[in-house]
Design a protein around this ligand. Structure first.
Ligand code: 4AD
Ligand code: MG
Length: 477
């Protein structure tokens, strides 16, 4: 007999069939009603046992969390809340879960408590819903690029270059930390390390993606990236997944168009395919926010918010315009920003980004043409000589969700920049080759996948939208 999923059974019209199902007990009421879940859906199937016909010792093991094999007949449900249920004829306990020890009991657990039990938290409705949405978003991303003529490119995880030039890298080495080989002047001699040079975990696959775009036209990477930045916030992870498309012959406008269309498309796909889970997450959020003052509650329920993003244009604003708005806004004048905006050229902090998105424009915003000084070396210099063709997409409740740019394709301008920033040109020899041989206008961006999942699920902390979060002082599991 084929093992049916609970999702299939719940929508089955084929009553009175004999079926077998396996799953985990959510609850067992009145020694009669087992709510069984197998992860295929948020919902449980009700399994009805006539306890008179079952061994009491077996039924004693039917506790929350236990794994069961159930055989029975699918019948129309007598009770409310479900259309079908299983009249159980045979029940086998595959694996017990001692109620004295099993931490995921049917009651409300705090997200903090569940974070410490990341291996078991996926057994709650909240985390199962989040992770199904996460999986659907990942699929939607691949689907979008495939339908739009992109090739999926696998960037290396271990690399010798610092793509962002921010120096926030995890070193990869096999040298003996207690007795590393030294050079004549006493520095660690990386020539003797595994790769014969200093290597690290990648912070971004962009530079390698550029090489591929300059041959395949349109490519994207979707993989883990690593940043050793010591920011213990609800928006930062040390290991996160990034989606990075890179396109030959795209200027910044085409790049922004693509980014906007891409985000709308994957959210729309998720609205269609995760309705049940999104409804659950929407109610979870409404419930959580009940105890908060009105001002701290979300402006829209989750699904309405997602539809709003799909249906409305993102507002495009230059950095220079944004600075004017910020300089003259109330919180700045009243000195309510932790970092007051005084002059053109300062980097925007998340408090500024959130003011623009949540208070001023009330919609997703694309900021573009940033000062060259606050952006990475590879961005294309504008005619004004002081701004670069960069763009960041800012989302309500999230802040920056995308960072991208048109790349500097002119060899001489790029070399000048590299010199200015004191980067070793030799390290970037292959990257410069791309400008020597068949150089062309090209652009791309990086989307922080967990920030997208945060937005789509309405969760408040990035640690709750990745299975096993890695953050400063934490790499359990
Ligand atoms: O803005 P970032 O640093 O851009 C790049 O890495 C470019 N090389 C991308 C490109 O053009 N191909 O990072 C891109 C996005 C950010 O907008 C943010 O959403 C996410 O990655 N991100 C993080 N997400 C979680 N934890 C962190 N520590 C993150 N750092 C960046
Ligand atoms: Mg950025």
């Amino acid at each position: 007999m084929r093992l049916a999923t609970i999702k299939e059974l719940l929508s089955s019209k084929n009553l009175l069939q004999e079926i077998t199902v396996k799953g985990w007990v959510r609850t067992f009421r009145s020694n009669r009603f087992i709510a069984l879940n197998d992860g295929s859906t948020l919902n449980t199937i009700q399994c009805v046992v006539d306890f008179e016909n079952f061994d009491e010792d077996v039924l004693k093991k039917v506790n929350t969390g236990a794994a069961l094999k159930i055989t029975g007949t699918l019948v129309e449900s007598q009770g409310r809340g479900q259309s079908v249920e299983i009249q159980v004829t045979a029940l086998e306990v595959l694996g017990v879960a001692d109620p004295e020890e099993y931490p995921i009991q049917p009651k409300k657990h705090s997200l903090e408590f569940l974070r410490e039990k990341a291996h078991l938290r996926i057994r709650t409705n909240t985390f199962a819903a989040i992770m199904r949405v996460r999986s659907t978003l990942a699929f939607a991303i691949h689907n979008y690029f495939r339908e739009n003529g992109f090739n999926y490119f696998h960037a290396p995880i271990i690399t010798g270059s610092d793509a962002e030039g921010a120096g926030e890298m995890f070193r990869v080495t096999t040298l003996d930390e207690k007795k590393p080989p030294l050079t004549e002047d006493g520095a660690v001699n990386y020539k003797e390390d595994f790769f014969g040079k200093e290597t690290n975990l990648t912070v971004s696959g962009q530079l390698e993606a550029e090489a591929y775009a300059m041959a395949l036209g349109k490519v994207y990477t979707f993989g883990p990236t690593f940043r050793a930045e010591n920011s213990n916030t609800s928006r930062h992870l040390a290991e996160f997944w990034m989606v990075e498309p890179e396109m030959a012959f795209f200027d910044l406008d085409a790049n922004m168009d693509l980014a906007e269309d891409f985000i709308k498309n994957v959210i729309s796909y998720t609205l269609t395919h995760c309705q049940e889970d999104l409804e659950f997450l929407e109610n979870r959020l409404l419930d959580e926010e009940k105890s908060k003052p009105q001002a701290q509650r979300s402006a829209m329920p989750l699904i309405e918010k997602l539809k709003f993003v799909v249906d409305n244009n993102f507002k495009r604003v230059s950095y220079t315009e944004a600075i004017e708005i910020l300089k003259n806004c109330k919180p700045n004048k009243k000195k309510q920003f932790q970092y007051p905006i005084e002059e053109w050229g300062t980097d925007l902090q998340s408090e500024h980004e959130r003011y623009l998105v949540e208070k001023h424009f009330n919609c997703p915003v694309i900021l573009f043409d940033y000062p060259a000084k606050i952006k990475a070396f590879y961005m294309r210099l504008n005619e004004d000589g002081k701004t670069v063709r960069a763009m960041d997409i800012l989302f309500p409740g999230i802040g920056e969700i995308v960072g991208g740019s048109q790349r500097e394709e002119r060899l001489d301008v790029l070399k000048e920049k590299i010199k200015e920033l004191d980067i070793d040109e030799k390290e970037l020899w292959w990257y410069l080759d791309l400008r020597k041989f068949g150089t062309a206008e090209h652009s791309g961006f990086g989307l922080g996948f967990e920030r997208l999942v945060l937005f789509a699920t309405g969760m408040g902390n990035i640690r709750d939208v990745i299975p096993f979060p890695r953050t400063p002082q934490n790499a359990e599991f």
